[in-house]
Ligand binder design. Sequence first.
Ligand code: CA
Length: 171
Amino acid sequence: MQRSDAENARRASRGQSRKVQSDASQTRRNTSPDMSAPLLLIVEDELAIQELIVFVCEAEGFRTTRAGSIAEARSALAAERPDLILLDRMLPDRPGEEWLRELRSDAKTADVPVIILTARGNESDRVAGLDAGADDYVVKPFSPRELVARVKVVLARTMPKTQEGGESFVF
Ligand code: CA
């Protein structure tokens, strides 16, 4: 009788420890796939274009945060570090590439990938963004598919492949 009680206790204790382990793995599996998706900061003052970018990027499974000026972009960056910034050149407070130079000269933000959005098509305007440290640029008007494709290429180059949650977000 006593032996059987002890056996039951051992079984119960084993069962309990198994349960704790399975709860822990359950917690890891339940991590929201949304929160593991790359975060894009979209800095664009033209609302229609901002909405379009947000729409196509969220449809591709990205998380987005938006800003209509450099001042708003600074706050957004401070709130949560994005995995990539889509940065318009022509903004109400300051030129996009000016802020980009600042990001590149600060050790904390030097490696945040940036794609410049430029309305102009001439060479010196395209080169201005790259000179300031952009990873790529997109000339407006752009096709949403091209924009998303460029975002994915830059992220594939810059995001660690073994990052936790990477499995749930396949490029
Ligand atoms: Ca603009």
